[in-house]
Design a protein around this ligand. Sequence first.
Ligand code: PEP
Ligand code: MG
Length: 895
Amino acid sequence: MFDFADGSREQVDLLGGKGANLAEMTKLGLPVPPGFTITTEACRYYLAQGEEPQSLRVQVTMALRRLEDQLGRRLGDVQDPLLVSVRSGAKFSMPGMMETVLNVGLNDYSVKGLADAAGDERFAWDSYRRLIQMFGRTVLGMPGALFEDALEAAKRRTGARTDVELPAEELTALVESFKQVVAAHTGREFPQDPREQLDMAMRAVFDSWNTERARIYRRRERIPHDLGTAVNVCAMVFGNLGETSGTGVCFTRDPATGKPGAYGDYLGNAQGEDVVAGIRNTLSLEDFARLDPASHAELTQVMRRLETHYRDLCDIEFTVERGKLWILQTRVGKRTAAAAFRIATQLIDERLITEDEALHRVTGEQLGQLLFPQFDADAQRELLTRGMAASPGAASGKLVFDSATAVEWAGRGEDVLLCRRETTPDDLAGMVAAAGVLTSRGGKTSHAAVVARGMGRTCVCGAEELDIDVETRTVKVNGTTLTEGDVVSIDGSTGEVFTGRLPVVASPVVNYLERGLDAALAEADPETADLVRAVDRLLRHADRTRRLRVRANADTAEDATRARDMGAEGIGLCRTEHMFLGERRVLIERLVLAEEAADREAALAELLPLQRADFVALLTEMDRLPVTIRLLDPPLHEFLPDRTELAVKVAVAEARGEADPEAERLLAAVDRLRETNPMLGLRGVRLGLLVPGLYAMQVRAIAEAAAERRNAGGAPIVEIMVPLVGSVMELHLIRDEIDQIITDIAESSGAQLEIPIGTMIELPRAALTARRVAEAAEFFSFGTNDLTQTTWGFSRDDVEASIFATYLEKGVFTVSPFESLDRDGVGALIRTAVASGRETRPTIKLGVCGEHGGDPESVHFFHDAGLDYVSCSPYRVPVARLEAGRAALAADTGL
Ligand code: PEP
Ligand code: MG
């Protein structure tokens, strides 16, 4: 228990955000009503033991007495009673998630004392009915409607349009009926003892930490469940004491846009909840200045004082009681991504913070939000349903229910949204063609979500209300049936799904990244220009500050261009598998079906020039920058036709008494390659060792492409990466072959070829034996996707849909380990591999190319682990640059 006068803002763990800031403002001498804070420690005890610590009761008594003595009034006294508010306040703000009870201390006697003291009968009874209503709902757990119905009935009886018009007698009667409602519903009278009210309200606030909505909120915001909330008990001041009273909320700058200058709402003759409830229209701060110039002037001073003290945007709740200004709450205000960037740079210019501090105050997540197109905020919209915000952006298009239709319609220039129960690798072409992806099953780490994020496609997943029928090409949702071709809009930043097409505004930040600062500024309005300048400034500061290099995962020259636009300093992972799809797939089929060496070689010979051309294009685009090309990784059956289709084909032919030898051969091949656990089967380096000529062809294509570029005057920097290595022996065997090919091509082409050969570390064994693996590897690239799968023994595509919701719910982890790196497990393997890899080969280059390379928290880990670079999808590159800068700051300056 701390009096406001005894705490400070540093004690946020113990006092919660609200309590710490009330204490800080009290220390600053601002007009804060006195009170005290019951600590989060008491809450944790209460939640664990089911009752508050004995000593707390005593401490509350002492604090209450000090408060009473200070004000010269007693809680719930029959004359001029002291009333208190009881408010929650956790370390991290959880707006609207927990409970508040106002006017504690009113009963059948003190209500009269309040009426006398205020000289306002109506006000006193209105305060009392508000107490019973709030107490009933939050402390006694009664349905709010019970009270609202009685209130409506009273309004009807008297013809009052709003609460304010209810006369005192009517409010007196209303209090009586509220009390009856309480007695009828709970079987006991509304407590008349002020201290009992206080104790019950305090417990209700403690309990509200664990309500369903609070738990959901914390999961989403990654706030730990074991912090508990503080409880702030504060002397009541009243904004509803007539025309010289009122209440409001203000921000020292605009939290929506970041525009300088105060911004706020004021409501005369009202209590705080009226402002939030939006019952009456609020006034602007300018109107408030005209209405009550003295209070406005004082508020302006308080705002300046707080902003100077906190050196940041502050969000303030205030009340004017009969011309006297009271500050009820402040905190460093939440803001949109755009406002975060603009305010941070404004504060640098105002010499209030340093560039380092400004960088610390913006996050990669916010920058990520600024990169996506958004629906025009002013547009009319009709919400259809909601799913998970899986991959940000705003997309509108015609609904299609299968990949082929998506490709076909997109081919004729239509915008389509691919709507599936869930997606599989077979849907890839449709996902590429679609403007967005919408699924009814799976979470943020489902196939749809992961792939969509990887390619920067907007995605809403797990919209469970969607009842999709692929047969009839319809989807039912909340009584509406939509058919293929109906237009829908999805917001991947909020998870919302709307009917119809909503207008979209492009991201000015992407425009800046792609075309440079001057071009972006030339066509921006002043507000947008300010934002773009802010992003440019902080991103450049991050680049100056960071030690991690940032590369991109890119497979084509087109991806590479985007990667460079976004600031990538190389390609950390070129997955060669896409080069085996499309028209080339038949060549793989031939390779797999080959019975004679000659057939196999013919297929490889046809693949070689195609691969070489791919690499020439990539190396041309990335001239002078490192490009890490990974040899083929996935199992070969992925390139063969679907087994069921083949089986049907063969059966149909047989039924007709015919034969389809081609289909039979393919089916036999599919069966031969079929694996129970393909992820753990014949893939990665194992393919290289078992399928003769495959890796050799790829290496030859890479080396020849590099030689061609060099002979053409280019400066290719290419690295060859071997996937899924578990033992150094595998790498030695493959290297023997690779080294020979490179030497041969260097000789035959006359080009000087220095092509480092390294490996992915994506199996625990590779990490644990990294000392040996480094003997044969010039670099390690941590494949944290597979390393997470294999460390946990999770098959990603299976577990995300089936067990992750429960695991998150039960707190096995607070965030999916596929989204943010599991530091304790996977992270420990990485640290081991880093240390032992460097022991063997001090100059070994270390990077990461799993999806975690673009995740803000994981980037901080990679910095701390001492990696040289992270590689992520092109769209995440700016995010990684910013976070790498912030990570270096955090490590060097503690910011
Ligand atoms: C990885 O496993 O982290 C990786 C980058 O490889 P892929 O995602 O292609 O398996
Ligand atoms: Mg992998």
